[in-house]
Design a protein around this ligand. Sequence first.
Ligand code: FAD
Length: 294
Amino acid sequence: VASLPVPSEMAPPTLSFEFFPPRTEALEQQLWTCVRRLEPLAPSFVSVTYGAGGTTQERTHATVARLVRETSLTPAAHLTCVGASRGEVDDVARAYWDAGVRHIVALRGDAPAGEAGYVPHAEGYAYAADLVEGLKRIAPFEVSVAAYPETHPTASSADHDIDNLKRKIDAGATRAITQYFFDTDVFLRFLDRAHAAGITVPIVPGILPVSNFKQVAKFSAMCGASVPDWMGRLFEGLDEDAETRRMVAASLAAEQVRLLRANGVDEFHFYTLNRADLTYAIAHILGARPKPVL
Ligand code: FAD
């Protein structure tokens, strides 16, 4: 039986953590508890999402600016094309640069809830590749982009979607972060296809620790991530049992990251949902250990 690697056999992984900008005082507290718990794991960067349709512009900016001011972390701000002219998006990017932010996660974004499909703003950046190009004209940002191991839900084909990823890299992005996935084979096959298409930048798997299976199943249906039947069976009967759910979630994610590790993956991006416990445990299993915060 092939065995999975254990931390002492591996170099420490490269980690990054994603947060969302809090909407209330209580959520703000939750975020900062999470940030302080994860900070000693010395991630290479932490990113802050941008609400659909740019609805969190100010909160995203405030969160990123506080990360710059008050922590040792390197923040990356998510930025989307939705509902804004190029000039408006450029102004947001310039404000980030002026605040000391050097890394942008450049995204197209989606139509706001209730609206039909995505329609580019008449004077806006139409797609993420256009945004990457625009950002590079403004300042020498480090730019990360999104990738979809199971293909973006509205892409005309898997090959077109890979071509689109290549365009984003050719426009200047130096890292792709993937949508979360639960089937490791799907990610590894995607890596092979990306490499065959000439994509050489790191493609970092997005890891979603499943703290609430019901919610994840609902969200996954919208964003095109498939939830295997066996996962449903693992969480069966646990809707009212948060404690057991957490243990199952931890073991599931641990299995996933160890399998990725065994297949040569050494960079991981965690969708923390502003909760540290599962991410911390999984990072620990990967070999990450806290360091003094300077
Ligand atoms: P693009 O790369 O522009 O691709 C979108 C679709 O258009 C794809 O199907 C692509 O194949 C197609 N396409 C691209 N160019 C063309 C073209 N010229 N002609 C025709 N079709 C084309 N959303 C948010 O609102 N805020 C966030 O903070 C956020 N963070 C995310 C972080 C990660 C790591 C990921 C994976 C997703 C995130 N999203 C976020 C969701 C993202 O905005 C959506 O998935 C969106 O639908 C696509 O964004 P994209 O940047 O991948 O778009």
